[in-house]
Design a protein around this ligand. Structure first.
Ligand SMILES: *[C@@H]1O[C@H](CO)[C@@H](O)[C@H](O)[C@H]1NC(C)=O
Ligand SMILES: *[C@@H]1O[C@H](CO)[C@@H](O)[C@H](O)[C@H]1NC(C)=O
Length: 383
């Protein structure tokens, strides 16, 4: 029994000859069909559950991959070429952009909704410090997803003494509504930030920077915009996208940061597209650039897209460390692009970059303190 079973399974290709023996052509055909049905049935029995399991595991990936079919790309921006060299006079720089120069620079207000990015905040404020009149920071005891969080800035305020005389700080209590779309809490906090900006004393034609903490405009960009006349009323900034550190350069498609000539009663703090104008190469967007693994876990849970943490093991510390060193995706997602060519081109981990040229100055002046943000230092401290 055992032997013949073994024999049969080994020579499955000949199943018809073995089982049916040599017979007429018609009988053989019927036999082959029967064998085919058996195989089809087996395939169905194994294949369908596998397929369902596969969709369960990778459903989000499949919809992302098919994105070019169900979503067309947004309207392209009007790119404004950006000229800069430290040795070119401001008058000439303004002229290169088709703008005139002002007698005095505009006042600049930099407003952020703070979550927990303390190191990135240091780098941001040091970068912008020479050009900003007033720093505005709002933090809440609720994440966008309604999780209670400490007031991280309040706890570490002494690290930021260098802006204290120019800081308008505010807090807003979370609403903690269960099961609500995180974007509702987010827009509630942005409205509170609008009030704080008015309290800070902004007036017409002052510049207002609207960006997340980790979207850092370069200092020379803000200096240009405060000195030149006739700049657009609303201008988005094209930033270089980095992930985990300045080792993993993803692309230069970050555009959400914007600079506004403030108009009382009209200007609203927002993080979506507000104009078609995009100034090229204006700074850095460093996502998930954290020192500690715990901060990654916190941010993954506090993220607006909570649905992305589909499996508990995504939050495992050893996995997160591996993902960081590989330049892979924390949520195991596909690239968010609008053409198959771009999706496929960007699949897989981000290759390492070895360039630390044209990075925020404060970072390079404090390499020992912020080593983990530089190429070749992907290991994170625990705690
Ligand atoms: C900057 O300008 C000065 C004077 O115009 C010149 O001597 C110097 O070589 C320039 N430096 C660079 C890096 O171009
Ligand atoms: C959040 O902050 C508000 C305002 O300060 C306070 O009333 C509320 O009790 C805080 N909630 C929690 C859960 O800490």
């Amino acid at each position: 029994m055992l032997e013949s079973g073994y024999y049969n399974s080994k020579k499955t290709d000949d199943i018809c000859e073995d089982v049916c023996g040599p017979a007429s052509k018609a009988a053989r055909l019927r036999c082959i069909l029967k064998g085919f049905n058996l195989r089809a049935l087996l395939a169905l029995l194994i294949g369908v559950p596998l397929c369902i399991f596969g969709i369960y595991l990778h459903g989000q990936k499949i919809t992302y991959f098919l994105r070019p079919l169900w979503e067309s790309p947004p309207k392209p921006f009007n790119y404004i070429p950006h000229y800069y060299h430290e040795n070119v006079s401001m008058e000439n720089l303004c002229r290169l952009h088709g703008w005139g120069i002002r007698e005095t620079p505009r006042r600049v207000f930099d407003a952020v909704l703070f979550n927990n990015e303390l190191d990135i905040l240091s780098i941001r404020w040091n970068e912008l410090h020479p050009y900003v009149s007033e720093f505005i920071l709002l933090e809440s005891n609720s994440t966008f997803t309604g999780i209670v969080k400490p007031l991280f800035f309040a706890q570490h305020r002494d690290r930021f003494k260098f802006v204290e005389s120019r800081l308008t700080y505010g807090t807003v209590g979370g609403r903690f509504v269960k099961g609500e779309n995180p974007f509702v809490e987010e827009s509630y906090q942005r409205v509170a930030l609008d009030q704080l900006i008015r309290i800070a004393g902004i007036s017409d034609d002052d510049l207002l920077i609207m960006s997340d903490t980790d979207e850092i405009p370069s200092g020379h960009t803000i200096n240009l915009l405060r000195w030149c006349d006739e700049i657009p009323e609303k201008l988005h900034l094209q930033l270089r996208n980095y992930l985990y550190s300045f080792e993993f350069f993803l692309d230069d498609k970050s555009w959400r940061a914007s600079v506004h000539r403030y108009r009382t009663g009209k200007t609203r703090y927002a993080h979506y597209r507000q104009s078609d104008e995009l100034l090229a190469d204006s700074g850095w967007h460093c996502s998930f650039c954290f020192r500690y693994i715990d901060e990654f876990i916190f941010k993954m849970r506090a993220y607006s897209h909570v649905d992305r943490v589909r499996f508990k093991y995504y939050l495992k510390r050893s996995r997160i460390q591996d993902v960081i060193c590989q330049g892979a995706d924390l949520f195991d997602m596909l690239p968010e692009e609008y053409t198959f060519k771009e999706i496929i081109g960007k699949m897989g981990p981000i290759p390492s970059s070895y360039s630390a040229v044209h990075l925020p100055g404060y970072l390079l002046q404090n390499v020992d303190k912020y080593k983990y943000l530089l190429p070749g230092n992907c290991m994170r401290e625990s705690g």
